[in-house]
Design a protein around this ligand. Sequence first.
Ligand SMILES: Cc1cc2nc3c(=O)[nH]c(=O)nc-3n(C[C@H](O)[C@H](O)[C@H](O)COP(=O)(O)OP(=O)(O)OC[C@H]3O[C@@H](n4cnc5c(N)ncnc54)[C@H](O)[C@@H]3O)c2cc1C
Length: 500
Amino acid sequence: MPARTTRRQFIKDLTAGTAALSFLPGVSVAGWRTRIKPAGSPQNIVVLGAGLAGLSAAFELEKAGHNVTIIEARKKAGGRVYTVRGFEDGQYAEGGALSFPSDHEFTWGYVNDFHLPIRSSFKLGFDAMANLEGKSFRVHFDGTADIPFDLTPAEKSAGVYRMPFVYMSRFMRDVGNPRKGDWPPDSLRDLDQVSCKQFLQDRGATDGAITIIEASQLGLLGFGLDSISALDSVLTEAITSNAPFYELGGGNDQLPQAFRDRLNGAFKKKSVVQRIDQNESGVTVTFTRKGQIQTLTADRVVCALPFAVLKDIPVSPSFSADKQRAINELKLTPVTRTYLQFSSRPWEQSNLDGSGLTDLEIQSTYSPTLNQPGSRGILTSYTGGQRALDLGAMTDRDRQKLVLRRMGNLFSGLDSRFESSTTVNWQDDPFQLGAYTYFQPGQLTGLLPAAQAIEGRIHFAGEHTSAWHGWMNGALESGNRVADEINQASAIESIELRSR
Ligand SMILES: Cc1cc2nc3c(=O)[nH]c(=O)nc-3n(C[C@H](O)[C@H](O)[C@H](O)COP(=O)(O)OP(=O)(O)OC[C@H]3O[C@@H](n4cnc5c(N)ncnc54)[C@H](O)[C@@H]3O)c2cc1C
């Protein structure tokens, strides 16, 4: 999920003083990080998928004394936390997760526990550019802008980054803690029945305001504001509204690596899950490794594979109808990121940080090198939904030419400094099939509980099973949830065995 714009909401609040701070719509932090303690006899656990969900589940389960084996299709752990390296001057860019706020309790907690190098992901005082409906305008670092649309007075004074708050802040205050069993509160439940666009139109948002919101973080979910639940939009704004954003200096892939370094159990890399069978006493996972078919049997399995992948893996006996519906119907947003490296950073000379909001083919831009040393600079086009599919389907050369041309609508002096380009296209990766889950109208209340539910001896983790979906925090939160589920189940089984 994008984070480049939301941090400015915070800056705006800082610059507006404490009165504005008290206005901040809030969501409770995750509530607690599971600090599970040994309970019951140690169990043999197989974790499928070494993204942050699988890794954090394995880490917490090992701490509680269980024996854990991880099966991962790739050579390396990390999944959607993937740092793209190999640019000139040792520069790098994130292929997946970009940044996180300090109230993402699980992400913040682990990066601190592991003493990873946290730094802010923005630079105070740098502005952004917008190019919407053919009009180009500067967006000041606090979100104020001379927006060339007919807006209501409230929309005008909100500026670009706080535009969603004009219509959502009242609801954002009610979000509370999505980890609680009775979530969402009654005051929000009906919002899940309408799309974000319908919600905005029903409340009188002008076309100009909707254009601005569509160009911001909500526009990078699913296939536009029509496709996402209003409840999910309110939730997304709430869980990204409270803090400035941070990143790991040197690359976010240090977080999955830190988990790997601390795990003792077997890590079966380049091992692709092919089938899952369970009975009353255990689960058998069939996977291919180096061309060979292998099996592993465990007391319990943590399935931390994206549902889009799990959908095509045979499971016996079949999952419940509710679970299968969640697996079939929850969808991932396609995302294509195109990175162009330049010999220098002309945008920074104009006091611009490289962020751009557009309704062009490139959708949005940011500069991964904002806080990196070196004279070279990288600009990234970050597209979601149909634009991601369209850009992803182009030849490398055509895409590079188009992205460079469209970036020129935002920043000057790029052509002569352009050096090279590379692309990350999540929907074409066979082990991801998309970037992050989006919830269509009806799905947050209808499918999230089923996505989380245990099926016999199989427990489900992954960003798609968390209210913090699309965030590292969601993956980590879900890993902690399943570790807790398994630990409790093992305690109950131990008591039952003793009482026989
Ligand atoms: C473009 C993009 C932008 C993002 N921006 C942010 C952001 O700014 N901030 C933030 O906090 N989060 C962000 N996220 C979200 C965050 O990266 C994810 O929520 C999180 O990393 C998901 O972790 P996971 O463990 O649920 O899934 P994954 O990371 O997808 O892990 C699943 C694992 O399963 C493996 N696998 C798949 N199929 C098989 C198989 N058959 N057999 C064995 N293994 C298999 C995969 O290789 C992978 O390692 C972003 C993600 C993307 C893609």
